[in-house]
Design a protein around this ligand. Structure first.
Ligand SMILES: *Cc1c(COP(=O)(O)O)cnc(C)c1O
Length: 237
């Protein structure tokens, strides 16, 4: 299948999920996760109509951004953030989905160029994966929300989650449901974004209210051969 055909398939999946749960499909943004894939793949997806692309590794993303400078792409950073990368991220992305500390958020705010609009931020919440070091706990959400919302060069938009993989659809829904409720309880109407769902849990995520689905494999194929380039592996906490 070509990338254009894969996009069609995903779009119709999103449409069907939205029909099933009575949502308007316009409320779900398809974010194409292009990590490890060449700029030519991004160009193909762009020609087929996609405008939002997500990358996990700063240096890799900057290289592709240079190659694709003539394209009107909105770039989202979705990977773990090392503090020595915040300046590049603040300068070259419109969104960051993976903020999980006030220290990183403060740096992004201080380093966001004043000629650009505020950087859109989602806080990454660790809803189910005890293995993972990324993401704040649910308990920590209210405090980090208040602190990040007060930073001048950031625009706090919502939350992102990467639950532990589950086969079962109902099991896939649970962590999202819990997190949506936690956000509702915050009572902050400016929070309009749930960055939920990847290739394998798209339907569960949309059913629970996702507004941005982050799709890699289903658009660009598997990433089996990938080893992160030097300097792109996260330093241990
Ligand atoms: C790689 C990645 C994705 C895409 O995952 P697929 O299963 O390939 O769709 C989504 N979100 C994040 C944060 C990722 O790192």
């Amino acid at each position: 299948m070509t990338i254009a055909q894969r996009i069609k398939t995903i779009r119709s999946q999103i449409e069907n999920c939205c029909l099933d749960c009575d949502r308007n499909q316009e409320t779900v943004l398809l974010l194409a996760v292009s990590k490890t894939k060449p700029a030519t793949d991004i160009a193909k997806a762009y020609q087929a109509g996609l405008r939002h692309f997500g990358e996990n590794y700063c240096q890799e993303a900057l290289l592709k951004q240079q190659i694709l400078g003539a394209y009107n792409i909105t770039w989202h950073f979705i990977g773990p953030i090392q503090s020595n990368k915040t300046r590049h991220i603040a300068q070259h992305f419109s969104w960051v989905h993976s903020v999980d500390s006030l220290r990183i958020a403060t740096r992004l705010s201080e380093q966001r160029p004043t000629n650009l609009p505020p950087l859109n931020i989602c806080l990454q919440v660790n809803v189910s994966d005890e293995q993972s070091k990324s993401g704040i706990t649910l308990d920590g959400l209210p405090e980090l929300c208040s602190a990040v919302a007060a930073l001048p060069r950031l625009r706090l938009r919502g939350v992102m989650a990467i639950p532990a993989p589950q086969e079962d659809y109902e099991q896939q829904r649970l962590p999202y449901k819990t997190l949506v409720q936690a956000v509702v309880d915050l009572n902050r109407p400016e929070l309009d974004t749930f960055s939920f769902g990847m290739t394998d849990d798209l339907k569960a995520a949309i059913t629970e209210g996702s507004t941005i689905v982050r799709i890699g494999t289903a658009l660009f194929g598997s990433r089996t051969s990938f080893t992160p380039p030097n300097g792109m592996i996260r330093a241990k906490k």
